[in-house]
Design a protein around this ligand. Structure first.
Ligand code: FES
Length: 149
């Protein structure tokens, strides 16, 4: 995978062709890039900023807020929303229950700020899919990488 700034810009620009140029699509856009590179670096932030015509600081802010820079040791991240509504619906319990299973599956369970699915709390997201009304069973399925989680 290229790391040259121009090559990154070109590839990210192609990825962004399918993403509406809308601030509300910034998080999905960043995930597209994350999927492609398994990380988000400054050159990706700049490329997304240019492709979506959104200031660098704003793109950086969203990427930082959702801890997209953190891909510890190649572990597949699963974000469990622990913001207020999801916490009230048991997301902390989900995290506690999933910890052991995650360690054995090379998954990094992470707390996340609001994922924008408050009406389906608790919500979780693995970079590909969002699961609303998450349960222990759906979390375990996501940890195992099952597509129907
Ligand atoms: S509070 Fe969890 S998705 Fe909004």
């Amino acid at each position: 995978m290229e790391t040259d700034k121009n090559a990154v810009a070109e590839r990210v620009s192609r990825l962004m062709e399918t993403v509406p140029k809308d601030r509300g699509q910034l998080l999905p856009a960043l995930w597209r890039v994350f999927e492609e590179y398994q990380r988000i670096g400054p050159e990706m932030i700049e490329a997304v900023s240019n492709a979506m015509n959104i200031p660098y600081a704003e793109v950086f802010g969203v990427a930082s807020f959702y801890a997209l820079f953190d891909n510890a040791a190649g572990h597949r991240p699963i974000y469990v929303c622990t913001d207020v509504l999801c916490a009230l619906k048991g997301s902390e319990d989900l995290l506690a229950v999933g910890e052991d299973a995650a360690q054995g599956a090379a998954v990094a369970l992470k707390e996340s700020p609001c994922l924008g699915h408050c009406d389906g709390a608790p919500a979780m997201f693995d970079g590909h899919r969002t699961v609303r009304n998450a349960t222990r069973a759906s979390l375990m399925a996501m940890i195992r990488g099952e597509s129907h989680a």
